[in-house]
Ligand binder design. Sequence first.
Ligand SMILES: NC(=O)c1ccc[n+]([C@@H]2O[C@H](COP(=O)([O-])OP(=O)(O)OC[C@H]3O[C@@H](n4cnc5c(N)ncnc54)[C@H](OP(=O)(O)O)[C@@H]3O)[C@@H](O)[C@H]2O)c1
Length: 227
Amino acid sequence: MPTVLITGANRGLGLEFVKQYAADGWTVIGTCRNPIGVGELAEIEGDVSVYGLDVMNTPSVTRFVEDLKGRPIDVLINNAGIYGPKPVKAADLTIEDWTPVIQTNAMAPLFMSRALLPNVQASERKMIVNISSIMASIEQGSGPSEYIYRSSKTALNMVMACYAEEISETGVGVVLFHPGWVQTEMGGPNATMTPTESITHLRASIEKLTFADTGTFKNYDGTSLPW
Ligand SMILES: NC(=O)c1ccc[n+]([C@@H]2O[C@H](COP(=O)([O-])OP(=O)(O)OC[C@H]3O[C@@H](n4cnc5c(N)ncnc54)[C@H](OP(=O)(O)O)[C@@H]3O)[C@@H](O)[C@H]2O)c1
């Protein structure tokens, strides 16, 4: 069976990815900042291994990549992300608030992807999936708010569009998805989709990906989204 690696696997969308891929018989590598006390993740049945990994911590990433050396990864899912503060006016923005969100949401996925590229390249499916957001879309932007999160996901989209081109000769695809508005700690209770619904759609869309999709931004149902 194929292998999938999911960052931020201890809760929310990441946890649901692990549950569904494990139930489907995939080999699942779930990563989370603190693997001690991740009750639900540790209890998932199937071929699941859990690793400690803070995507913002370079030694943590280096150790993790060393542990996985030589192991093919069919689908790498860069899922870990943070929302950060929600200043509405430009006057309220600070570098201290903004920087970690850009680092976590836009830089860390690229650093993970480049470090694990040999693993993905050595696999059958050769796919890097990034969980972006419709809030990244400049075309669909809705008013002057949420500067920090929006800009971090727009940056992720551009970073991955560049990376898709840079590594096109490797045959590894790089795709961005909006998961829907989902009931997680980040999405909140009023969100319109459950994690089960979102990840069921996303997995079906990921299943259909081919290299021809590299460098694209898609909705959870696989349809195109405007940049
Ligand atoms: N929910 C939505 O409606 C929605 C919509 C659009 C896009 N998204 C995106 O979907 C992804 C998953 O979101 P979610 O809704 O599942 O959010 P969530 O419930 O807040 O979960 C976020 C996950 O990311 C992990 N994480 C954060 N920073 C990390 C770091 N430095 N290293 C490793 N793991 C880290 C968290 O780990 P800890 O438990 O250690 O904090 C947690 O597992 C995110 O990229 C988010 O931006 C969500």
